[in-house]
Design a protein. Structure first.
Length: 295
């Protein structure tokens, strides 16, 4: 922890918002010493069959921030999500704040800019975001120091954000009975994911870990908070001292059996643009592309 200056005795206030269509958990993270807060991994609703977007989930978050008299300083994306669309620009328009993501977003933009045939007008330099975090960067939410930990493997741009005694892990880890995220997307790597998980598990045992997704394995209720100690002991994919070789073999075999996420096509096109839709055509109409045999 010496390389990551953060007061692990500080206990941020965390409010979770579960979005059932994509099984995503978004968070409002508040500095206990001020009215400053951040939103982590917001969701924009989409009726994919109808091609219609809406903002019920984001509006719930906005209403909470307003009712609590909070000041929004950051909208954090832990990575470029492939299973839901970000509502960050919508919330930013309503409440302000800066949108931040890992600096390796440029790698994701380069890969999927080609997949979706975006052309030269699509900037692949991360300029759609207000801040690009490098491994070990620090920033503040009010008086709280936060550090960003680069945790690739699921995607090249995955970051874990450590805020006091809490860490927001994105898709790097799931609850202990859920295991870990897939590593077969372009730019993913099971061995690198294992290494990233070990970085997270090197945090103090009492660190609270907040998941981006939960699917209620075996019919249990949805959960989103655990600890480093619990993950180290009980995680079904990496706990109890499982080796890198064991993990890579399991993860690779498991990923080969998984279908693509239902919303991967709209999600990637929107999220690599920081939650914005592709530019409208000359008639003011917006379209999303479906690449054939490319994913």
């Amino acid at each position: 922890m010496a390389d990551y200056p953060v007061n692990t005795d500080l206990i941020p206030e965390v409010k979770a918002f579960f979005e059932p269509d994509s099984n995503t958990i978004s968070y409002v993270v508040k500095d206990p010493t001020s009215d400053a807060c951040a939103v982590v991994d917001s969701v924009m609703d989409i009726d994919y069959a109808a091609g219609r977007i809406s903002y019920e989930h984001a509006d719930e978050i906005i209403a909470y921030i307003q009712s609590e008299g909070l000041k929004l300083e950051w909208l954090i994306e832990t990575h470029v999500h492939a299973d839901h669309l970000s509502a960050a620009p919508y919330i930013q328009q309503k409440l302000g704040g800066k949108i931040g993501i890992g600096s390796q977003i440029t790698v994701v933009q380069d890969v999927f800019g080609k997949v979706f045939n975006e052309g030269t007008e699509f900037q692949r330099d991360g300029s759609q975001f207000d801040a690009l975090f490098e491994d070990g960067d620090t920033y503040k939410i009010g008086n709280m120091d936060v550090f960003a930990m680069h945790t690739p493997g699921h995607t090249p741009a995955c970051m874990v954000h450590v805020v006091g005694n809490a860490a927001f892990v994105g898709d790097t880890l799931f609850m202990p009975d859920g295991g870990s995220a897939r590593a077969d997307f372009p730019g993913g790597d099971a061995g690198i994911l294992y290494d990233s998980i070990q970085k997270v598990l090197a945090l103090p045992d009492e660190t609270r870990l907040f998941m981006c997704h939960d699917y209620g394995p075996n019919g249990r209720d949805i959960q989103w908070e655990t600890t480093v100690a619990d993950e180290k002991e009980h995680n079904i994919h990496v706990g109890a001292g499982k080796s890198r070789e064991e993990f890579v073999k399991f993860r690779t075999e498991r990923d080969a059996q998984l279908d693509m996420p239902r919303l991967i096509i709209p999600s990637l096109q929107v999220n690599m643009r920081a939650g914005e839709m592709p530019p409208a055509d000359e008639d003011g109409k917006t379209f999303l592309k479906v690449p054939v045999n490319a994913l």
